[in-house]
Design a protein around this ligand. Structure first.
Ligand code: PMP
Length: 413
C-alpha cells in the first residue's frame, strides 16, 4: 500500500481529527477506533460548544415570547434552519425541522400518502431500503389497500435500473429510494431515477440519511419531491433532522401532529394552520439540537464536502484493498459508486462474536442486520459486520483494524 496522502486540498486531517474529543478516549484500555459512523457520527467541538453556549446564554422557547431571550433563541433556531437549507441547496421555507429521517419519512407517509393512496395504487421501494423507508409504507399500504412493489438489486449491490424503470407502471404513485445504502454503501443515481419517475408522474421520496454526511448535495438539481436527512449522522446532535419538500406538497399536505406553533388561530369551531414549514412543527422543538446542527453544517462546509468525499474515498480504497486480501472474507456491495461503508462476512465466524472480540481491542464496528432485513435476506446471510468510515478516521486506524480482525479470527477459528 502506498503511503496515503494526509492532505486533501490543503485540509490538515490530523488537526480536523483533534476537533473530536471523543476520539481521544480509550475503550477496554485501548485507544478507541470508531468505525461505526453510519450508525452515528462523532461530534466536533464547535457543535458541542454551540449547544453549551445555547444553554448557558440563550435558552428560551422559540416563536412565542417577545422578550429578548425568546427573540435570540428564535433567531438562533431560524439561522440554523437557513444554514441547513444552504448546505442542502434548498430554501429555508421548504425545510421542515424534525427529529430525524424516521420522523421525516413518516411525515410523508401520514400527511402525503395516507390521504391520497387507495386500493390499486402501488408504492415502489428498493430492496436496499432501511426499515425507516419500508415500514411507514407498509403501514400506509395496510390502511389504504395500496400495494408495495420491490425494485431489486444486482449482485454488486447496485440498483437494477432497467428493472426499476420497468416497475414504474401507471399504478405506481410513489417511489421511495435511498440515496446511499447504509449497508452496501451504494450511491444510487437519484437524479436520473427521479427524472424517470417524474416523467411518469410518480412522486419521489429520497432517504438522504447516509448521503448528507458524505456528499455535496444540491436538492434543486436532484429533482425529487421529498428528501429526508438526519442530523446525528452529519456531526450534529441526536434528535435533529429535516424533511425537504416541494412547496406545492407542503401547501397541500394536512398537518401530521397538532399542537402549539403549528397554528395561526384556534377556536373550538376550528383551527387555521400556520404556513409551512411551521404547519408541520407542532410543539417545542429540539432547539439546542437544531442550533448544534447549524454548527455541524458550518463545520462540514468549512472542510468542503468535495474534500470530505475525496478523503473518505481514499480511506475506502485502502480498507477495501486490505480486506479483499483476507481469505474467507466476503464484501457485500461492490458497486462502482460507493460511500465509505463496507459490509462483510467471514467464513465460519459469527458477526456478533467478531464484533465482541473487536470491542475488547477498542474497535467499534457494527454487527447484525443494520435495520435492513430484506436486504440481508437477499444476500442469504443473517448478519454482517460493517465498518463505516468518516473523514476523521485515519489510514493508520485501518491498519490497526485489519490487525485486530486477523487476531480475532485466529481466536475464533
Ligand atoms: N435511513 C437510513 C439509510 C439510515 O441509515 C438510517 C439510520 N441508520 C435511517 C434511515 C434512520 O435514521 P434516524 O434513526 O436518524 O431517523
Amino acid at each position: 500500500m502506498n503511503a496515503p496522502s494526509q492532505a486533501t486540498e490543503g485540509v490538515d486531517w490530523a488537526r480536523v481529527r483533534a476537533d473530536f474529543p471523543l476520539l481521544q478516549r480509550e475503550v477496554h484500555g485501548k485507544p478507541l477506533l470508531y468505525f461505526d459512523n453510519a450508525n452515528t457520527s462523532q461530534k466536533p467541538l464547535p457543535v458541542i460548544a454551540a449547544q453549551d453556549d445555547f444553554y448557558r446564554r440563550r435558552n428560551a422557547n422559540v416563536s412565542r415570547a417577545v422578550h429578548a431571550l425568546g427573540t435570540e433563541a428564535t433567531d438562533a433556531y431560524e439561522a440554523a434552519r437557513a444554514r441547513l437549507a444552504h448546505f442542502l441547496g434548498a430554501r429555508a421555507d421548504e425545510l421542515v425541522l424534525c427529529s430525524g429521517t424516521t420522523f421525516a419519512l413518516n411525515l410523508v407517509a401520514y400527511s402525503w400518502a395516507l390521504p391520497r393512496l387507495e386500493a390499486g395504487d402501488v408504492i415502489l421501494i428498493s430492496r436496499m431500503e432501511h426499515h425507516a423507508n419500508i415500514v411507514p409504507w407498509q403501514l400506509v399500504a395496510e390502511r389504504t389497500g395500496a400495494r408495495i412493489r420491490v425494485a431489486e438489486i444486482l449482485a454488486d449491490g447496485s440498483l437494477d435500473l432497467d428493472a426499476l424503470y420497468r416497475a414504474m407502471t401507471p399504478e405506481v404513485k410513489l417511489l421511495a429510494v435511498t440515496h446511499v445504502s447504509n449497508v452496501l454503501g451504494t450511491v444510487n443515481p437519484v437524479r436520473e431515477i427521479c427524472r424517470e419517475a417524474r416523467r411518469r408522474g410518480i412522486v419521489t421520496v429520497v432517504d438522504g440519511s447516509q448521503a448528507a454526511p458524505h456528499l455535496k448535495l444540491d436538492l434543486a438539481t436532484i429533482g425529487c419531491d421529498f428528501y429526508a436527512v438526519t442530523g446525528h449522522k452529519m456531526c450534529g446532535p441526536t434528535g435533529t433532522g429535516a424533511l425537504w419538500a416541494r412547496r406545492e406538497h407542503l401547501a397541500a399536505m394536512p398537518p401530521f401532529l397538532g399542537g402549539g406553533e403549528m397554528i395561526k388561530e384556534v377556536s373550538f369551531e376550528g383551527t387555521v394552520f400556520n404556513d409551512p414549514p411551521r404547519k408541520f412543527e407542532a410543539g417545542t422543538p429540539n432547539i439546542s439540537g437544531v442550533v448544534g446542527l447549524g454548527a455541524a453544517v458550518d463545520y462540514l462546509e468549512s472542510l468542503g464536502m468535495a474534500n470530505v468525499k475525496a478523503r473518505e474515498a481514499g480511506l475506502l480504497a485502502h480498507a477495501t484493498e486490505a480486506m479483499q486480501a483476507i481469505p474467507g472474507l466476503r464484501i457485500l456491495g461492490t458497486a462502482a459508486d460507493k460511500a465509505a461503508v463496507i459490509s462483510f462476512v467471514i467464513e465460519g465466524v459469527h458477526a456478533h462474536d467478531m464484533a465482541t472480540l473487536l470491542d475488547l481491542e477498542g474497535v467499534a464496528i457494527r454487527s447484525g442486520q443494520h435495520c435492513a432485513h430484506p436486504l440481508l435476506q437477499w444476500f442469504g446471510v443473517t448478519a454482517t459486520l460493517r465498518i463505516s468510515l468518516a473523514f476523521y478516521n485515519t489510514h493508520e486506524e485501518i491498519d490497526r483494524f485489519i490487525a485486530a480482525l486477523l487476531k480475532a479470527r485466529r481466536l475464533l477459528a
